[in-house]
Write a protein that binds this ligand. Structure first.
Ligand code: SAH
Ligand code: SF4
Length: 360
């Protein structure tokens, strides 16, 4: 069996069945996969890890994804919307601490008030930081016009996870209506590229009904779509969501964790120069989860710089880590963790996806 893994890893190009086999590795075989991914990482993008200060500025959401704790119909969530002033302070914190980039994330809304507000915030952040702070946004599905407006106002990377590239599975984890349409999500991803964003996507790993074959197709989807960045994490059930009732058929949480690492490692092997984030959800399962990801292919980490008061209300899943630490604590803890993982922090550098510039 081991020989088989070695043979697969020696290939120039991985095929569907190879990926399925690699996804199912653990123990010594998994170590071979990880060693290869680490080698590719060091050879192609080096030791540097980049910070994106994450601000989860509102948990108000107009959608009802079956897996997510802040879905519209969850009435047990205390909804919040950070004041502009506090978002700008967080941006300033990121800039002063040489994070070089920030991520603005929130529940999805597409009303005019929201669109204008984000537009205005982007311009203010650029102004406040001398145009030096890079901005990634993760604000869901919007019209081309909105994507263009935000791009023009200073956002240059966008994260929109496909969640699952299987239309069947996508439909199983979302309500059946126009607001949660698979084709629309795909079309948004295409639009983001067209507008000029460095485009990131990703999936959840360990969803109910998901198979290794689905996950292998997810990786091939990312390769074929030629994405610039990826963020993927384990699915973690949340009790106030419709998907919770299927928790009995989930893989054990440790397996979801381990397969997520396999996904990251394989993605690094098949897409050598993209940016891959070590998702926070990894840390909800293993205190060293993100560091493990950094060692085997991930090169971006998103320290949470949301003002502490509201962190506990942005619970997409259970056991979300670091909900009661402030931004300073987060930053210090993070640089220590990165060094432990044998990586260096690329302070003051945007750390854009190398792939993006080759693609253009
Ligand atoms: N509203 C935006 C951004 C916030 S959600 C959007 O949907 O794009 C960001 C990501 O959180 C989602 O893409 C999803 O992959 C992840 N997420 C939501 N619920 C989750 C859960 N229960 N477990 C793991 N990840 C989850
Ligand atoms: Fe809203 Fe995003 Fe959660 Fe879906 S995943 S309910 S769009 S915050």
């Amino acid at each position: 069996m081991k020989k088989n893994i070695e043979d697969i890893l020696a290939k120039d190009e991985l095929e569907f069945q190879d990926i399925v086999t690699l996804l199912d590795t653990e123990g010594d075989e998994q170590k071979l996969l990880f060693d290869k991914a680490q080698q590719v990482q060091l050879d192609c993008i080096g030791k540097k890890v980049f910070y994106r200060g994450l601000v989860e500025f509102s948990n108000v959401c107009s959608k009802n994804c079956f897996y997510c704790g802040i879905r519209k119909d969850n009435t047990s969530v205390e909804r919040y919307n950070l004041e502009d002033e506090h978002i700008l302070e967080a941006a300033q914190f990121a800039w002063k601490n040489k994070y070089a980039s920030m991520v603005l994330q929130a529940g999805e809304r597409s009303d005019d008030f929201f669109i204008n507000r984000v537009d205005n915030l982007l311009q203010k952040i650029k102004e406040l930081t001398n145009g030096e702070l890079g901005i990634t946004i993760s604000l869901g599905e919007q019209t081309e016009e909105t994507y263009k407006r935000w791009f023009k106002s200073g956002a240059h990377r966008y994260l929109l996870r496909i969640e699952s590239s299987s239309k069947v599975l996508y439909n199983q984890i979302h309500p059946d209506n126009d607001e949660h349409d698979f084709e629309r999500r795909l079309s948004c991803l295409r639009t983001l590229r067209k507008v000029g964003y460095q485009t990131g996507t990703g999936v959840m790993v360990g969803l109910p009904w998901q198979t290794y074959e689905d996950l292998a197709r997810d990786l091939l989807f990312m390769r074929d779509f030629d994405i610039d960045m990826c963020g993927m994490g384990p699915y973690i059930e949340h009790q106030d969501t419709p998907l919770y009732k299927h928790k009995n058929i989930l893989w054990p949480i440790k397996k979801r964790f381990s397969v997520t690492l396999n996904m990251i490692a394989i993605l690094r092997i098949i897409m050598k120069d993209i940016n891959i984030a070590a998702a926070t959800a990894l840390q909800a399962i293993d205190p060293m989860g993100r560091e493990k990801a950094l060692r085997i292919g991930a090169n971006v980490i998103m320290p949470n710089i949301t003002p502490t008061l509201h962190r506990k209300d942005y619970q997409l899943y259970e056991n979300k880590p670091c909900t009661d630490e402030g931004a300073e604590d987060c930053g210090n803890c993070m640089s220590m963790r990165i060094e432990l993982a044998g990586r260096e922090v690329g302070l003051g550098e945007w750390g854009d996806s190398k792939h993006f510039f080759k693609r253009k």
